[in-house]
Design a protein around this ligand. Structure first.
Ligand code: MN3
Length: 211
C-alpha cells in the first residue's frame, strides 16, 4: 500500500464474494472498484500539478497535511485519506476462521488496555454506533504505546493525530447500506466475524519494530 503518484487501485487479496454472508459481493465490488477508484482518481488529479509531491507515500501526506499548500489541504485529507483508509480497511478483512480471533499475544495486549476482549468489543461497537454521519472508528496505538479506540469523521486519518492505526471499520453508509440498510449495529456485529487479526497483529508489531 506504500505506493506513490500516480496511485493505482490495488486488487483485493480475496474474492469480492468471500466475505459473504457478512459483507455482500455487490457492496464489495462497488466499494472497491467504484468508491476507492474515485478517491484514487481525485488524488491523482489534485497532485498532477505538484511534482514536488510525486515521490511522497500516502502516510507522508497524512502525517504532513499542515505543511501542504493551504488550497489543497482539504482535498488531500479527503482523497489521500480515502485511499489509505480503504486500502487498510480491505486489508484487515478476511473470512478465515483461523485468523478471525486474536492470538494469545493480541488478546493480552487488548486485556492490558481494555480489561478483556468483551469490553474492547463493546467499546469499539459503541464508538462505531455513535460515530455520527460518515467516518471510521479506529483501534490505534497512541503516543504512549497503548491501544486506544477513536472515531473520526469523513476520510480523516488518525495519522494526522499521531495515532498509528491497526484496525478500522468504515461506517460510511456505502460500506453497508445495500445489505443492512439502516441497521448499522448488525453490520458492526458482523464485522467482528471477518477481522483479520493476523494482519492486525502484523501492523501492531510493525509499529514497535520501527521505533
Ligand atoms: Mn468506504
Amino acid at each position: 500500500m506504500n505506493d506513490k503518484y500516480p496511485f493505482k487501485l490495488i486488487p483485493l487479496n480475496y474474492e469480492y464474494s468471500s466475505l459473504e454472508p457478512y459483507i455482500d459481493e455487490k457492496t464489495m465490488i462497488l466499494h472497491h472498484d467504484k468508491h476507492l477508484q474515485t478517491y484514487i482518481d481525485n488524488l491523482n488529479k489534485e497532485l498532477e500539478n505538484y511534482p514536488m509531491y510525486h515521490d511522497w507515500y500516502l502516510p507522508t501526506f497524512l502525517c504532513n497535511i499542515a505543511s501542504l499548500p493551504q488550497n489543497i489541504q482539504t482535498s488531500i485529507r479527503n482523497n489521500a485519506g480515502g485511499v489509505y483508509n480503504h486500502n487498510l480497511f480491505f486489508d484487515i478483512l478476511i473470512n478465515d476462521k483461523s485468523k478471525n480471533t486474536p492470538s494469545e499475544f493480541m488478546e493480552n495486549m487488548i486485556k492490558k488496555d481494555f480489561g478483556d476482549y468483551k469490553s474492547f468489543k463493546e467499546s469499539f461497537t459503541k464508538h462505531a454506533l455513535e460515530n455520527f454521519g460518515s467516518g471510521y472508528t479506529w483501534l490505534v496505538i497512541n503516543r504512549n504505546g497503548n491501544l486506544q479506540i477513536i472515531s473520526a469523521p469523513n476520510q480523516n486519518s488518525t495519522l494526522e493525530l499521531n495515532l498509528y492505526p491497526i484496525l478500522l471499520i468504515d461506517v460510511w453508509e456505502h460500506a453497508y447500506y445495500l445489505k443492512y440498510n439502516n441497521r448499522r449495529r448488525d453490520y458492526i456485529d458482523n464485522f467482528f466475524n471477518i477481522i483479520n487479526w493476523s494482519k492486525v497483529e502484523e501492523l501492531y508489531n510493525k509499529y514497535f519494530k520501527k521505533r
